[in-house]
Design a protein around this ligand. Structure first.
Ligand code: PA5
Length: 450
């Protein structure tokens, strides 16, 4: 269960103002639930946890088993934005920190013989792709290419390179490629049909950044050896909790407070904080979700993320004493899945004997508490989003919670949370500069500008 604690905002806001924003958030929830708001043809994500059929999970597992039978030990997951960040977030959060060195994917339920999952198509760096291919060439490889539109440049370029290698290397290349794309249209759909690739569908009514619980996230997570049934169960719990028309609804609480801080106190930056390096990609996933959903019409809270205590030694100074424009949302993981106790040293040169017998996580918790108090003293309100530990169940809960809260929050702000018109601007310029057929006039105009 995901819990929200707003205690760290108490000294900044008046109860009466918070109540006003809770009222706005409950109205926004009503709009979301009734499907009467902007972008209402993209609400399919709301019921993915309760409506995902067992047969879809079985299909994902069939791919896993088929590739296992072929001895596949490397899966390249190709995609960008919403077609990549959710899977990467889940896999990094659940994997052993040193999985690559140990060849062991999980601290929890993951299968020890799962293939290594690597990501491509999320940048246009030639060096990245060349080095990825060094790895692919050494391993028994397969690929999952994910693109809802089927036409995004970054994944298309990476897929062309990976596909060429697979076709040259393996007689069964088409069985080593799975495409996740639109049910009917797009270049990837056409190619998959032509070549007979196994395909999964990105539902029409689910946008990229809300798609982690569709095959877009589920297949890579299954391939990495993790339990998506538990993930969907955790998400299902939050599907129910976040739909409740109640002031205690955690998504309502979070959406209300962040809008109050933004609109009444001028807090224009929200920093998502975690105290576990495995959650770095939760920050990346969350930034896309909130940035692409809310940053429109010259409005929106700028989403940033940090990993403490690491970044207390870099960003900590600014957060404590720089321009007072931000608030923090701490993803609080209550218990560590692993245990390391600090020993006693007869010399005590480092003067740490006062901690002898303590768990490292106790130090982390005290750092978290000390930072909270310091940042509140420094004028930084703090929201807390807590889960008991890092697990598939709780990660599923966090996905559903943040998606619900994002929809509510954007509606409070008067924004359509489900489109991303601004993303097209760079693409048009890039196509013009690359002299893509059909962009001739733009190419001419942009060259004159340069
Ligand atoms: O959230 C979104 O819709 C975007 O970030 C897309 O996921 C991203 O641009 C990739 O698009 P596609 O899946 O069509 O390749």
């Amino acid at each position: 269960m995901v819990k929200v604690n707003l205690g760290g905002c108490g000294s900044f806001v008046k109860d009466a103002d918070y109540k006003v924003y809770v009222g706005k958030a409950l109205e926004a929830l009503e709009v979301l639930e009734s499907g009467s708001g902007a972008g209402n043809d993209f609400l399919g994500w709301k019921h993915l946890p309760s409506e995902t059929p067992e047969s879809l999970i079985a299909e994902c597992e069939a791919v896993r088993d088929c590739w296992k039978a072929k001895g596949v030990d490397l899966v390249v997951v190709i995609g960008i934005g919403g077609s990549y960040l959710g899977a990467r977030c889940a896999i990094e959060a659940l994997s052993h920190n040193f999985a690559k060195q140990l060849r062991r994917p999980s601290t929890g339920s993951g299968a020890v013989d799962a293939p290594e999952v690597v990501f491509a198509g999320n940048n246009l760096s030639e060096e990245y792709l060349a080095e990825l291919m060094d790895l692919v060439a050494e391993r028994n490889a397969a690929t999952v290419v994910i693109s809802k539109s089927g036409t995004t440049t970054e994944p298309a370029v990476a897929f062309r390179v990976v596909k060429e290698h697979l076709e040259k290397t393996y007689a069964d290349a088409s069985e080593r490629i799975v495409a996740i794309t639109d049910a009917r249209k797009g270049a990837l759909k056409t190619l998959a049909t032509q070549e007979g690739y196994k395909t999964f569908v990105v539902p029409d009514n689910v946008g990229g950044r809300y798609s982690v619980l569709t095959p877009v996230g589920l297949l890579p997570i299954v391939l990495a050896g993790f339990d998506v049934r538990a993930m969907l169960a955790g998400a299902k719990e939050m599907e129910a909790a976040c739909a409740e028309k109640s002031e205690a609804n955690p998504a309502v609480m979070y959406a209300a407070m962040r809008n109050l801080l933004y609109s009444e106190l001028g807090k224009k930056v929200e920093i998502l904080v975690s105290y576990n390096p495995k959650l770095q990609y939760l920050g990346e996933w969350w930034k896309q979700l909130y940035g692409e959903s809310e940053g429109k019409d010259l409005k929106g809270i700028f989403p940033a993320s940090v990993n403490f205590t690491t970044d207390l030694h870099s960003m900590g100074q600014f957060i404590q004493e720089g321009e007072r424009i931000m608030f923090e949302t701490v993803v609080n993981v209550e218990k560590s899945n692993r245990s390391v106790v600090i020993g006693s040293d007869p010399q005590n040169l480092d003067q740490l004997n006062y901690l002898a017998g303590s768990h490292v996580e106790h130090c982390n918790a005290m750092a978290q508490l000390g930072t909270k108090l310091a940042h509140i003293d420094g004028g930084v309100p703090q929201l807390e989003v807590s889960v008991e530990n890092l697990s598939e169940f709780n990660l599923g809960g966090l996905f559903q919670f943040f998606e619900y809260a994002c929809g509510i929050s954007a509606y409070v702000l008067g924004i359509n949370p489900f489109n991303q018109p601004g993303v097209e601007a760079y693409k048009k310029n890039m196509f013009a500069l690359l002299e893509k057929p059909g962009y001739e006039e733009m190419t001419k105009a942009i060259k004159e500008r340069l």
